[in-house]
Design a protein around this ligand. Structure first.
Ligand SMILES: NC(=O)c1ccc[n+]([C@@H]2O[C@H](COP(=O)([O-])OP(=O)(O)OC[C@H]3O[C@@H](n4cnc5c(N)ncnc54)[C@H](O)[C@@H]3O)[C@@H](O)[C@H]2O)c1
Ligand SMILES: [Zn+2]
Length: 551
Protein backbone atom coordinates (compact mmCIF):
# COMPACT_ATOMS: atom_id res chain seq x y z
CA UNK A 1 0.00 0.00 0.00
CA UNK A 2 1.35 3.45 -0.91
CA UNK A 3 1.83 6.15 1.74
CA UNK A 4 -1.01 8.18 0.16
CA UNK A 5 -3.42 5.24 0.25
CA UNK A 6 -2.41 4.54 3.83
CA UNK A 7 -3.14 8.11 4.86
CA UNK A 8 -6.51 8.23 3.16
CA UNK A 9 -7.64 5.15 4.98
CA UNK A 10 -6.12 6.10 8.32
CA UNK A 11 -7.54 9.60 8.14
CA UNK A 12 -6.55 10.52 11.69
CA UNK A 13 -3.69 12.43 13.25
CA UNK A 14 -0.71 10.28 14.21
CA UNK A 15 0.63 10.90 17.70
CA UNK A 16 3.98 9.60 18.89
CA UNK A 17 4.37 8.83 22.56
CA UNK A 18 7.24 7.48 24.65
CA UNK A 19 9.92 8.48 27.11
CA UNK A 20 12.38 11.27 26.47
CA UNK A 21 15.08 10.00 24.15
CA UNK A 22 12.75 7.56 22.38
CA UNK A 23 13.16 9.49 19.13
CA UNK A 24 9.71 11.06 18.92
CA UNK A 25 10.96 14.28 17.33
CA UNK A 26 13.56 12.77 14.98
CA UNK A 27 11.29 9.93 13.83
CA UNK A 28 8.26 12.23 13.75
CA UNK A 29 9.97 14.75 11.42
CA UNK A 30 11.10 12.10 8.95
CA UNK A 31 7.77 10.30 9.10
CA UNK A 32 6.03 13.57 8.34
CA UNK A 33 8.26 14.03 5.28
CA UNK A 34 7.46 10.52 4.06
CA UNK A 35 3.73 11.05 4.52
CA UNK A 36 3.77 14.70 3.34
CA UNK A 37 2.18 15.87 6.57
CA UNK A 38 3.09 18.75 8.87
CA UNK A 39 5.12 17.85 11.94
CA UNK A 40 4.52 19.48 15.30
CA UNK A 41 6.31 18.99 18.60
CA UNK A 42 3.87 19.65 21.43
CA UNK A 43 6.65 20.77 23.83
CA UNK A 44 7.77 23.50 21.40
CA UNK A 45 4.15 24.59 20.89
CA UNK A 46 3.71 24.78 24.67
CA UNK A 47 6.79 26.98 25.03
CA UNK A 48 5.53 29.28 22.28
CA UNK A 49 2.05 29.46 23.79
CA UNK A 50 3.35 30.16 27.30
CA UNK A 51 6.14 32.44 26.13
CA UNK A 52 8.71 30.73 28.33
CA UNK A 53 10.61 27.44 28.53
CA UNK A 54 9.18 24.21 29.91
CA UNK A 55 11.77 24.30 32.71
CA UNK A 56 10.49 27.78 33.66
CA UNK A 57 6.85 26.65 33.64
CA UNK A 58 7.73 23.74 35.91
CA UNK A 59 9.76 25.94 38.27
CA UNK A 60 7.32 28.83 38.46
CA UNK A 61 3.92 27.12 38.29
CA UNK A 62 4.54 23.42 38.95
CA UNK A 63 3.73 20.28 36.99
CA UNK A 64 -0.05 20.46 37.27
CA UNK A 65 -0.16 23.83 35.54
CA UNK A 66 2.18 22.50 32.85
CA UNK A 67 -0.17 19.54 32.24
CA UNK A 68 -3.13 21.91 31.99
CA UNK A 69 -1.39 23.95 29.29
CA UNK A 70 -0.27 20.76 27.57
CA UNK A 71 -3.86 19.48 27.51
CA UNK A 72 -5.12 22.66 25.84
CA UNK A 73 -2.31 22.77 23.30
CA UNK A 74 -2.74 19.11 22.31
CA UNK A 75 -6.49 19.55 21.91
CA UNK A 76 -5.96 22.55 19.67
CA UNK A 77 -3.34 20.80 17.53
CA UNK A 78 -5.29 17.57 17.12
CA UNK A 79 -8.45 19.41 16.19
CA UNK A 80 -6.89 21.53 13.45
CA UNK A 81 -5.60 19.36 10.60
CA UNK A 82 -3.96 16.01 9.85
CA UNK A 83 -0.46 15.97 11.28
CA UNK A 84 2.26 14.01 13.00
CA UNK A 85 2.49 15.09 16.61
CA UNK A 86 5.35 14.27 18.95
CA UNK A 87 4.26 14.60 22.58
CA UNK A 88 6.25 15.07 25.76
CA UNK A 89 6.88 11.91 27.78
CA UNK A 90 4.24 12.74 30.40
CA UNK A 91 1.44 13.83 28.07
CA UNK A 92 -0.08 10.36 27.63
CA UNK A 93 0.16 9.74 31.37
CA UNK A 94 -2.35 12.53 31.98
CA UNK A 95 -5.70 10.69 31.99
CA UNK A 96 -7.64 13.46 30.20
CA UNK A 97 -5.07 13.88 27.45
CA UNK A 98 -4.86 10.11 27.09
CA UNK A 99 -8.61 9.69 26.72
CA UNK A 100 -8.71 12.48 24.14
CA UNK A 101 -5.82 11.07 22.11
CA UNK A 102 -7.27 7.57 22.17
CA UNK A 103 -10.52 8.91 20.79
CA UNK A 104 -9.18 11.25 18.13
CA UNK A 105 -5.80 9.96 17.00
CA UNK A 106 -3.69 6.93 16.23
CA UNK A 107 -1.20 6.69 19.06
CA UNK A 108 2.14 4.99 18.51
CA UNK A 109 4.38 4.15 21.42
CA UNK A 110 8.08 4.23 20.52
CA UNK A 111 9.42 1.62 22.91
CA UNK A 112 13.16 1.88 23.61
CA UNK A 113 15.62 -0.04 25.79
CA UNK A 114 17.04 1.86 28.75
CA UNK A 115 20.63 2.07 27.49
CA UNK A 116 19.55 3.64 24.23
CA UNK A 117 17.39 6.20 26.06
CA UNK A 118 20.26 7.03 28.36
CA UNK A 119 22.71 7.48 25.52
CA UNK A 120 20.35 9.92 23.85
CA UNK A 121 19.49 12.02 26.90
CA UNK A 122 23.01 12.09 28.35
CA UNK A 123 23.70 15.66 27.32
CA UNK A 124 20.23 17.12 27.56
CA UNK A 125 19.77 19.73 30.25
CA UNK A 126 16.38 21.18 29.38
CA UNK A 127 14.33 18.25 30.80
CA UNK A 128 13.03 19.22 34.24
CA UNK A 129 12.32 15.64 35.30
CA UNK A 130 15.87 14.56 34.43
CA UNK A 131 17.76 17.33 36.16
CA UNK A 132 17.09 16.16 39.67
CA UNK A 133 19.47 13.23 40.07
CA UNK A 134 21.03 10.17 38.49
CA UNK A 135 19.64 9.93 34.95
CA UNK A 136 19.70 6.11 34.77
CA UNK A 137 17.80 5.75 38.05
CA UNK A 138 15.27 8.40 37.00
CA UNK A 139 14.69 6.84 33.58
CA UNK A 140 14.38 3.38 35.11
CA UNK A 141 11.78 4.57 37.56
CA UNK A 142 9.88 6.40 34.79
CA UNK A 143 9.86 3.18 32.76
CA UNK A 144 8.32 1.31 35.68
CA UNK A 145 5.51 3.78 36.12
CA UNK A 146 4.89 4.87 32.55
CA UNK A 147 5.30 1.76 30.40
CA UNK A 148 2.15 0.09 31.72
CA UNK A 149 0.26 3.24 30.67
CA UNK A 150 2.05 3.68 27.33
CA UNK A 151 0.89 0.15 26.62
CA UNK A 152 -2.60 1.61 26.11
CA UNK A 153 -1.37 3.17 22.85
CA UNK A 154 -2.94 1.79 19.69
CA UNK A 155 0.39 0.56 18.38
CA UNK A 156 3.86 -0.13 19.68
CA UNK A 157 7.10 -0.05 17.73
CA UNK A 158 10.24 -1.53 19.26
CA UNK A 159 13.03 0.95 18.50
CA UNK A 160 16.27 -0.91 18.98
CA UNK A 161 19.68 0.56 18.32
CA UNK A 162 19.16 0.79 14.57
CA UNK A 163 19.44 3.50 11.98
CA UNK A 164 16.63 6.00 12.21
CA UNK A 165 15.51 5.07 8.66
CA UNK A 166 14.92 1.51 9.84
CA UNK A 167 12.75 2.71 12.71
CA UNK A 168 10.73 4.81 10.28
CA UNK A 169 10.20 1.81 7.99
CA UNK A 170 9.08 -0.11 11.07
CA UNK A 171 6.58 2.59 12.01
CA UNK A 172 5.19 2.65 8.46
CA UNK A 173 4.93 -1.13 8.35
CA UNK A 174 3.17 -1.20 11.72
CA UNK A 175 0.72 1.46 10.54
CA UNK A 176 -0.01 -0.49 7.38
CA UNK A 177 -0.64 -3.69 9.26
CA UNK A 178 -2.87 -1.91 11.75
CA UNK A 179 -4.75 -0.36 8.90
CA UNK A 180 -5.48 -3.78 7.50
CA UNK A 181 -6.71 -5.12 10.85
CA UNK A 182 -10.37 -6.07 10.79
CA UNK A 183 -12.49 -5.70 13.90
CA UNK A 184 -15.79 -7.39 14.66
CA UNK A 185 -17.89 -6.83 17.74
CA UNK A 186 -19.83 -9.70 19.27
CA UNK A 187 -22.74 -8.19 21.23
CA UNK A 188 -24.56 -10.62 23.44
CA UNK A 189 -27.19 -10.16 26.11
CA UNK A 190 -24.74 -10.01 29.03
CA UNK A 191 -21.44 -9.19 27.40
CA UNK A 192 -19.68 -7.74 24.40
CA UNK A 193 -16.25 -8.48 22.98
CA UNK A 194 -14.11 -7.83 19.97
CA UNK A 195 -12.63 -10.21 17.45
CA UNK A 196 -9.46 -8.71 15.96
CA UNK A 197 -8.20 -10.22 12.71
CA UNK A 198 -4.96 -9.24 10.98
CA UNK A 199 -1.22 -9.69 10.36
CA UNK A 200 1.40 -9.79 13.08
CA UNK A 201 -1.12 -9.09 15.82
CA UNK A 202 0.98 -11.12 18.27
CA UNK A 203 3.54 -8.29 18.17
CA UNK A 204 0.79 -5.91 19.30
CA UNK A 205 -0.85 -8.31 21.78
CA UNK A 206 0.41 -6.35 24.80
CA UNK A 207 -1.19 -3.13 23.56
CA UNK A 208 -4.35 -4.88 22.41
CA UNK A 209 -4.77 -6.58 25.78
CA UNK A 210 -3.85 -3.69 28.07
CA UNK A 211 -7.22 -1.90 27.90
CA UNK A 212 -9.17 -5.02 28.77
CA UNK A 213 -6.97 -6.58 31.46
CA UNK A 214 -7.86 -5.70 35.03
CA UNK A 215 -4.60 -7.15 36.28
CA UNK A 216 -1.19 -7.12 34.60
CA UNK A 217 -0.77 -10.82 35.22
CA UNK A 218 -1.96 -13.51 32.85
CA UNK A 219 -1.85 -17.28 32.70
CA UNK A 220 -1.12 -18.58 29.19
CA UNK A 221 -2.20 -22.12 28.37
CA UNK A 222 -0.32 -22.97 25.18
CA UNK A 223 -0.19 -25.91 22.82
CA UNK A 224 3.42 -27.21 22.91
CA UNK A 225 3.82 -27.05 19.14
CA UNK A 226 2.44 -23.53 18.98
CA UNK A 227 4.62 -22.44 21.90
CA UNK A 228 7.77 -23.56 20.06
CA UNK A 229 6.77 -21.63 16.97
CA UNK A 230 5.10 -18.45 18.24
CA UNK A 231 5.25 -18.01 22.02
CA UNK A 232 8.36 -15.82 21.87
CA UNK A 233 6.51 -13.19 19.82
CA UNK A 234 3.61 -13.14 22.27
CA UNK A 235 5.85 -13.07 25.34
CA UNK A 236 7.95 -10.19 24.02
CA UNK A 237 4.91 -8.10 23.33
CA UNK A 238 3.42 -8.81 26.79
CA UNK A 239 6.76 -8.05 28.47
CA UNK A 240 6.99 -4.72 26.64
CA UNK A 241 3.56 -3.83 27.99
CA UNK A 242 4.66 -4.88 31.50
CA UNK A 243 2.19 -7.78 31.53
CA UNK A 244 3.64 -10.63 33.55
CA UNK A 245 2.81 -14.06 32.14
CA UNK A 246 2.95 -17.57 33.54
CA UNK A 247 3.09 -20.32 30.91
CA UNK A 248 1.49 -23.78 31.09
CA UNK A 249 2.03 -26.13 28.15
CA UNK A 250 -0.28 -28.88 26.93
CA UNK A 251 0.60 -31.67 24.50
CA UNK A 252 -0.86 -31.15 21.02
CA UNK A 253 -3.90 -33.22 20.06
CA UNK A 254 -7.49 -33.98 21.02
CA UNK A 255 -6.33 -36.09 23.99
CA UNK A 256 -5.54 -32.89 25.89
CA UNK A 257 -9.25 -32.13 26.21
CA UNK A 258 -9.27 -34.58 29.12
CA UNK A 259 -10.03 -34.85 32.83
CA UNK A 260 -6.32 -35.50 33.29
CA UNK A 261 -5.19 -32.20 31.72
CA UNK A 262 -8.06 -30.31 33.35
CA UNK A 263 -7.01 -31.57 36.78
CA UNK A 264 -3.27 -31.14 36.18
CA UNK A 265 -3.64 -27.56 34.95
CA UNK A 266 -6.20 -26.32 37.46
CA UNK A 267 -4.07 -27.65 40.31
CA UNK A 268 -0.88 -26.12 38.91
CA UNK A 269 -2.53 -22.76 38.24
CA UNK A 270 -4.04 -22.60 41.72
CA UNK A 271 -0.67 -23.48 43.23
CA UNK A 272 0.90 -20.53 41.41
CA UNK A 273 -1.73 -18.29 42.94
CA UNK A 274 -4.34 -16.42 40.95
CA UNK A 275 -7.01 -13.89 41.75
CA UNK A 276 -10.50 -13.26 40.35
CA UNK A 277 -9.02 -10.74 37.92
CA UNK A 278 -6.20 -12.88 36.59
CA UNK A 279 -6.92 -13.69 32.95
CA UNK A 280 -6.37 -17.01 31.20
CA UNK A 281 -5.11 -16.82 27.62
CA UNK A 282 -5.66 -19.78 25.30
CA UNK A 283 -2.82 -19.92 22.80
CA UNK A 284 -3.31 -22.69 20.26
CA UNK A 285 -6.04 -24.34 18.22
CA UNK A 286 -9.55 -25.43 19.17
CA UNK A 287 -8.27 -28.03 21.60
CA UNK A 288 -6.39 -25.40 23.63
CA UNK A 289 -9.32 -22.98 23.37
CA UNK A 290 -11.96 -25.49 24.50
CA UNK A 291 -9.87 -26.76 27.43
CA UNK A 292 -8.63 -23.33 28.57
CA UNK A 293 -12.11 -21.85 28.31
CA UNK A 294 -13.50 -24.59 30.51
CA UNK A 295 -10.69 -24.03 33.00
CA UNK A 296 -11.31 -20.26 32.99
CA UNK A 297 -15.04 -20.77 33.49
CA UNK A 298 -14.57 -22.96 36.55
CA UNK A 299 -11.45 -21.58 38.29
CA UNK A 300 -12.66 -19.40 41.19
CA UNK A 301 -16.12 -19.76 39.56
CA UNK A 302 -14.97 -17.88 36.51
CA UNK A 303 -12.00 -15.67 35.67
CA UNK A 304 -11.46 -13.54 32.53
CA UNK A 305 -10.70 -15.51 29.38
CA UNK A 306 -8.90 -14.48 26.19
CA UNK A 307 -8.60 -16.44 22.98
CA UNK A 308 -5.54 -16.23 20.76
CA UNK A 309 -6.44 -18.93 18.22
CA UNK A 310 -3.67 -20.22 15.95
CA UNK A 311 -5.43 -22.65 13.60
CA UNK A 312 -7.79 -21.57 10.85
CA UNK A 313 -10.52 -23.71 12.41
CA UNK A 314 -10.18 -22.01 15.76
CA UNK A 315 -9.97 -18.53 14.19
CA UNK A 316 -13.18 -19.00 12.21
CA UNK A 317 -15.16 -21.15 14.55
CA UNK A 318 -14.24 -22.36 18.01
CA UNK A 319 -12.81 -19.10 19.43
CA UNK A 320 -16.06 -17.23 18.90
CA UNK A 321 -19.31 -18.15 20.58
CA UNK A 322 -18.24 -19.23 24.05
CA UNK A 323 -18.58 -23.00 23.89
CA UNK A 324 -15.96 -24.68 26.05
CA UNK A 325 -15.53 -28.38 26.77
CA UNK A 326 -13.46 -31.41 27.56
CA UNK A 327 -14.11 -34.97 26.40
CA UNK A 328 -15.27 -37.83 28.64
CA UNK A 329 -15.25 -41.60 28.21
CA UNK A 330 -18.92 -41.29 27.18
CA UNK A 331 -18.17 -38.98 24.30
CA UNK A 332 -16.68 -35.78 22.96
CA UNK A 333 -17.41 -32.35 24.46
CA UNK A 334 -19.79 -33.79 27.06
CA UNK A 335 -18.44 -31.72 29.94
CA UNK A 336 -18.35 -28.00 29.36
CA UNK A 337 -19.89 -24.59 29.69
CA UNK A 338 -20.95 -21.52 27.78
CA UNK A 339 -18.29 -18.97 28.66
CA UNK A 340 -17.52 -16.01 26.41
CA UNK A 341 -14.01 -14.62 25.99
CA UNK A 342 -13.19 -10.96 26.68
CA UNK A 343 -11.23 -10.66 23.45
CA UNK A 344 -10.27 -12.80 20.45
CA UNK A 345 -7.00 -12.04 18.63
CA UNK A 346 -6.71 -13.92 15.33
CA UNK A 347 -3.22 -13.32 13.95
CA UNK A 348 -3.18 -14.62 10.37
CA UNK A 349 0.64 -14.67 10.45
CA UNK A 350 0.50 -17.51 12.95
CA UNK A 351 -1.17 -19.62 10.24
CA UNK A 352 2.08 -19.54 8.21
CA UNK A 353 3.31 -22.57 10.12
CA UNK A 354 0.02 -24.50 10.05
CA UNK A 355 0.24 -27.70 7.96
CA UNK A 356 -1.73 -27.54 4.67
CA UNK A 357 -4.10 -30.27 5.76
CA UNK A 358 -5.02 -28.39 8.95
CA UNK A 359 -5.55 -25.23 6.91
CA UNK A 360 -7.95 -27.05 4.58
CA UNK A 361 -9.77 -28.57 7.53
CA UNK A 362 -10.30 -25.06 8.90
CA UNK A 363 -11.52 -23.90 5.53
CA UNK A 364 -14.18 -26.65 5.68
CA UNK A 365 -15.82 -24.80 8.60
CA UNK A 366 -15.83 -21.59 6.55
CA UNK A 367 -17.45 -23.48 3.71
CA UNK A 368 -20.00 -25.00 6.09
CA UNK A 369 -20.88 -21.51 7.31
CA UNK A 370 -21.42 -20.37 3.73
CA UNK A 371 -23.87 -23.20 3.07
CA UNK A 372 -26.20 -22.31 5.94
CA UNK A 373 -28.01 -19.08 5.17
CA UNK A 374 -26.09 -16.93 2.74
CA UNK A 375 -25.76 -17.99 -0.92
CA UNK A 376 -23.53 -14.94 -1.62
CA UNK A 377 -21.04 -16.23 0.93
CA UNK A 378 -20.87 -19.54 -0.95
CA UNK A 379 -20.37 -17.62 -4.22
CA UNK A 380 -17.46 -15.85 -2.50
CA UNK A 381 -16.00 -19.22 -1.48
CA UNK A 382 -16.29 -20.53 -5.03
CA UNK A 383 -14.53 -17.46 -6.32
CA UNK A 384 -11.80 -17.04 -3.70
CA UNK A 385 -11.58 -20.34 -1.76
CA UNK A 386 -8.50 -21.45 -3.65
CA UNK A 387 -6.75 -18.18 -2.75
CA UNK A 388 -7.57 -18.80 0.91
CA UNK A 389 -6.04 -22.28 0.66
CA UNK A 390 -2.99 -20.70 -1.05
CA UNK A 391 -2.71 -18.49 2.10
CA UNK A 392 -3.14 -15.22 0.25
CA UNK A 393 -3.24 -12.89 3.32
CA UNK A 394 -5.93 -10.61 1.92
CA UNK A 395 -8.39 -13.44 1.22
CA UNK A 396 -7.45 -15.30 4.38
CA UNK A 397 -8.33 -12.23 6.48
CA UNK A 398 -11.53 -11.69 4.51
CA UNK A 399 -12.60 -15.32 4.89
CA UNK A 400 -12.01 -15.24 8.66
CA UNK A 401 -14.00 -12.05 8.92
CA UNK A 402 -16.90 -13.42 6.85
CA UNK A 403 -17.04 -16.62 8.89
CA UNK A 404 -16.80 -14.83 12.26
CA UNK A 405 -19.42 -12.29 11.21
CA UNK A 406 -21.71 -15.14 10.20
CA UNK A 407 -21.15 -16.97 13.49
CA UNK A 408 -21.67 -13.77 15.48
CA UNK A 409 -25.00 -13.23 13.72
CA UNK A 410 -26.14 -16.75 14.58
CA UNK A 411 -25.06 -16.81 18.23
CA UNK A 412 -26.48 -13.37 18.90
CA UNK A 413 -29.95 -14.79 18.40
CA UNK A 414 -29.31 -18.01 20.24
CA UNK A 415 -26.58 -17.69 22.85
CA UNK A 416 -27.33 -20.99 24.59
CA UNK A 417 -28.42 -23.19 21.68
CA UNK A 418 -32.10 -23.28 22.54
CA UNK A 419 -33.61 -22.30 19.24
CA UNK A 420 -34.00 -24.71 16.33
CA UNK A 421 -33.26 -21.95 13.85
CA UNK A 422 -30.19 -20.71 15.75
CA UNK A 423 -26.90 -22.29 16.77
CA UNK A 424 -28.25 -25.70 15.85
CA UNK A 425 -27.73 -24.78 12.21
CA UNK A 426 -23.97 -24.53 12.85
CA UNK A 427 -24.08 -28.32 13.13
CA UNK A 428 -24.66 -28.74 9.41
CA UNK A 429 -22.71 -31.83 8.35
CA UNK A 430 -21.67 -32.51 11.95
CA UNK A 431 -23.84 -35.49 12.98
CA UNK A 432 -22.58 -37.58 10.08
CA UNK A 433 -19.14 -35.96 10.40
CA UNK A 434 -18.86 -36.92 14.08
CA UNK A 435 -19.89 -40.51 13.25
CA UNK A 436 -17.07 -40.69 10.69
CA UNK A 437 -14.58 -39.17 13.15
CA UNK A 438 -15.63 -41.56 15.92
CA UNK A 439 -15.30 -44.56 13.61
CA UNK A 440 -11.75 -43.50 12.76
CA UNK A 441 -11.02 -43.07 16.49
CA UNK A 442 -9.84 -39.48 16.21
CA UNK A 443 -6.47 -40.90 15.22
CA UNK A 444 -5.56 -38.23 12.66
CA UNK A 445 -6.81 -40.27 9.66
CA UNK A 446 -9.67 -37.81 9.39
CA UNK A 447 -9.50 -34.28 10.77
CA UNK A 448 -12.64 -32.70 12.18
CA UNK A 449 -12.92 -30.25 9.28
CA UNK A 450 -12.46 -33.02 6.73
CA UNK A 451 -15.25 -34.96 8.45
CA UNK A 452 -17.45 -31.86 8.29
CA UNK A 453 -16.74 -31.47 4.57
CA UNK A 454 -17.80 -35.08 3.97
CA UNK A 455 -20.78 -34.68 6.30
CA UNK A 456 -22.02 -31.57 4.46
CA UNK A 457 -21.86 -33.26 1.09
CA UNK A 458 -23.68 -36.33 2.48
CA UNK A 459 -26.48 -34.04 3.71
CA UNK A 460 -26.74 -32.35 0.30
CA UNK A 461 -26.89 -35.76 -1.35
CA UNK A 462 -29.58 -36.95 1.08
CA UNK A 463 -31.59 -33.81 0.40
CA UNK A 464 -31.28 -34.27 -3.38
CA UNK A 465 -32.54 -37.85 -2.95
CA UNK A 466 -35.45 -36.58 -0.85
CA UNK A 467 -36.32 -34.03 -3.52
CA UNK A 468 -35.53 -31.14 -1.14
CA UNK A 469 -32.44 -29.73 -2.87
CA UNK A 470 -31.55 -29.22 -6.55
CA UNK A 471 -28.90 -31.58 -7.98
CA UNK A 472 -27.07 -28.54 -9.29
CA UNK A 473 -26.33 -27.32 -5.74
CA UNK A 474 -24.91 -30.73 -4.79
CA UNK A 475 -22.70 -30.59 -7.90
CA UNK A 476 -21.46 -27.11 -7.04
CA UNK A 477 -20.54 -28.25 -3.55
CA UNK A 478 -18.82 -31.43 -4.77
CA UNK A 479 -16.82 -29.47 -7.36
CA UNK A 480 -15.77 -26.89 -4.82
CA UNK A 481 -14.63 -29.53 -2.32
CA UNK A 482 -12.47 -31.04 -5.06
CA UNK A 483 -11.14 -27.62 -6.11
CA UNK A 484 -9.87 -26.83 -2.61
CA UNK A 485 -8.52 -30.33 -2.00
CA UNK A 486 -11.00 -31.44 0.68
CA UNK A 487 -12.33 -35.00 0.71
CA UNK A 488 -15.71 -35.21 -1.03
CA UNK A 489 -16.54 -38.93 -0.91
CA UNK A 490 -16.41 -41.55 1.85
CA UNK A 491 -14.61 -43.67 -0.74
CA UNK A 492 -11.73 -41.12 -0.54
CA UNK A 493 -11.00 -42.46 2.97
CA UNK A 494 -8.24 -45.05 3.40
CA UNK A 495 -10.50 -47.76 4.82
CA UNK A 496 -13.95 -49.16 4.11
CA UNK A 497 -16.51 -48.12 6.73
CA UNK A 498 -19.31 -50.19 8.17
CA UNK A 499 -22.89 -48.91 7.93
CA UNK A 500 -23.93 -50.42 11.26
CA UNK A 501 -20.97 -48.96 13.12
CA UNK A 502 -21.62 -45.52 11.68
CA UNK A 503 -25.28 -45.82 12.69
CA UNK A 504 -24.19 -46.77 16.21
CA UNK A 505 -22.03 -43.63 16.42
CA UNK A 506 -24.88 -41.50 15.08
CA UNK A 507 -27.13 -42.69 17.89
CA UNK A 508 -24.42 -41.84 20.41
CA UNK A 509 -24.32 -38.18 19.42
CA UNK A 510 -25.29 -35.77 22.21
CA UNK A 511 -27.66 -33.95 19.87
CA UNK A 512 -30.36 -36.61 20.24
CA UNK A 513 -33.71 -35.28 21.42
CA UNK A 514 -36.11 -37.92 22.81
CA UNK A 515 -33.86 -40.50 21.20
CA UNK A 516 -34.28 -38.99 17.73
CA UNK A 517 -31.41 -37.57 15.70
CA UNK A 518 -31.68 -33.93 14.77
CA UNK A 519 -30.34 -33.34 11.28
CA UNK A 520 -29.62 -30.05 9.62
CA UNK A 521 -31.05 -30.40 6.12
CA UNK A 522 -30.94 -28.07 3.14
CA UNK A 523 -33.29 -26.81 0.48
CA UNK A 524 -30.19 -25.76 -1.42
CA UNK A 525 -27.07 -23.65 -0.90
CA UNK A 526 -27.70 -21.09 1.85
CA UNK A 527 -31.01 -22.70 2.85
CA UNK A 528 -30.44 -24.89 5.90
CA UNK A 529 -33.13 -25.99 8.34
CA UNK A 530 -33.55 -28.39 11.27
CA UNK A 531 -35.38 -31.70 10.93
CA UNK A 532 -36.11 -34.70 13.13
CA UNK A 533 -37.95 -36.62 10.45
CA UNK A 534 -35.10 -38.55 8.91
CA UNK A 535 -35.40 -42.28 9.43
CA UNK A 536 -32.53 -44.67 10.03
CA UNK A 537 -33.39 -46.45 6.80
CA UNK A 538 -32.90 -43.27 4.80
CA UNK A 539 -29.42 -42.79 6.30
CA UNK A 540 -28.57 -46.47 5.82
CA UNK A 541 -29.52 -46.21 2.14
CA UNK A 542 -27.42 -43.06 1.78
CA UNK A 543 -24.36 -44.67 3.37
CA UNK A 544 -24.70 -47.84 1.26
CA UNK A 545 -24.99 -45.72 -1.81
CA UNK A 546 -21.74 -43.98 -0.82
CA UNK A 547 -19.90 -47.30 -0.70
CA UNK A 548 -20.08 -48.18 3.01
CA UNK A 549 -20.21 -51.89 3.68
CA UNK A 550 -22.75 -54.05 5.56
CA UNK A 551 -23.12 -54.76 8.39
N1 LIG B 1 -15.91 -24.46 20.96
C1 LIG B 1 -16.41 -24.54 19.77
O1 LIG B 1 -17.36 -23.85 19.42
C2 LIG B 1 -15.76 -25.47 18.78
C3 LIG B 1 -16.09 -25.38 17.43
C4 LIG B 1 -15.42 -26.19 16.54
C5 LIG B 1 -14.44 -27.08 17.00
N2 LIG B 1 -14.16 -27.14 18.32
C6 LIG B 1 -13.12 -28.05 18.84
O2 LIG B 1 -11.88 -27.64 18.30
C7 LIG B 1 -10.99 -28.75 18.25
C8 LIG B 1 -10.31 -28.76 16.92
O3 LIG B 1 -9.59 -27.57 16.77
P1 LIG B 1 -8.30 -27.47 15.83
O4 LIG B 1 -8.63 -28.02 14.51
O5 LIG B 1 -7.81 -26.09 15.94
O6 LIG B 1 -7.32 -28.52 16.49
P2 LIG B 1 -6.04 -28.47 17.43
O7 LIG B 1 -6.16 -27.48 18.49
O8 LIG B 1 -5.79 -29.89 17.83
O9 LIG B 1 -4.88 -28.02 16.43
C9 LIG B 1 -4.58 -28.84 15.33
C10 LIG B 1 -3.07 -29.13 15.24
O10 LIG B 1 -2.41 -27.98 14.77
C11 LIG B 1 -1.31 -27.64 15.59
N3 LIG B 1 -1.19 -26.19 15.51
C12 LIG B 1 -2.01 -25.26 16.03
N4 LIG B 1 -1.66 -24.03 15.62
C13 LIG B 1 -0.57 -24.19 14.84
C14 LIG B 1 0.24 -23.30 14.11
N5 LIG B 1 -0.02 -22.00 14.10
N6 LIG B 1 1.29 -23.80 13.43
C15 LIG B 1 1.53 -25.13 13.43
N7 LIG B 1 0.78 -26.03 14.06
C16 LIG B 1 -0.25 -25.56 14.76
C17 LIG B 1 -1.65 -28.20 16.93
O11 LIG B 1 -0.49 -28.48 17.67
C18 LIG B 1 -2.41 -29.48 16.56
O12 LIG B 1 -1.50 -30.52 16.31
C19 LIG B 1 -11.84 -29.97 18.52
O13 LIG B 1 -11.59 -30.42 19.83
C20 LIG B 1 -13.28 -29.47 18.40
O14 LIG B 1 -14.17 -30.19 19.23
C21 LIG B 1 -14.80 -26.34 19.21
ZN1 LIG C 1 -17.07 -28.23 13.56
Amino acid sequence: MSCEALLTTLNRPIVLIGLMGAGKTTIGKKLAQRLSLPFVDSDIEIEQTAGCSITDIFEQYGESEFRRIERCVIRRLIGEKPLILATGGGAFIDSETRAYLKEKAITIWLHCPLDLLLERVENRTHRPLLNIGDKRAILFSLMQTRYPIYAEADLMVQCQKVKIEESIEQVLKTLQKANLMQTLTVNLSQTEYKVLIGYDLLEQAGNLLTPILKQKYVVIIADETVAKLHLERLRKSLDAASIHSEIFLIPPGENSKSFYEYERLTKAILEKGIERQTAIIAFGGGVTGDLSGFIASTLLRGIPFIQIPTTLLSQVDSSVGGKTAINTPSGKNLLGSFYQPKLVIADTTSLDTLPDRELRAGYAEILKASLIDDPDFFDWCEQYGEKVIARDPKYLTEAIKLACAFKTRIIKNDEYEQNSKGRNLLNLGHSLGHALEAELNYDGTLLHGEAVALGCRLIFKLCVQLGLCPQQDLDRLTNHLKAVGLPAFISDLPKALSVSRLMMHLHHDKKLVDGKITFILVNGIGKAFTSRNISDNQIIALLENEGCIQP
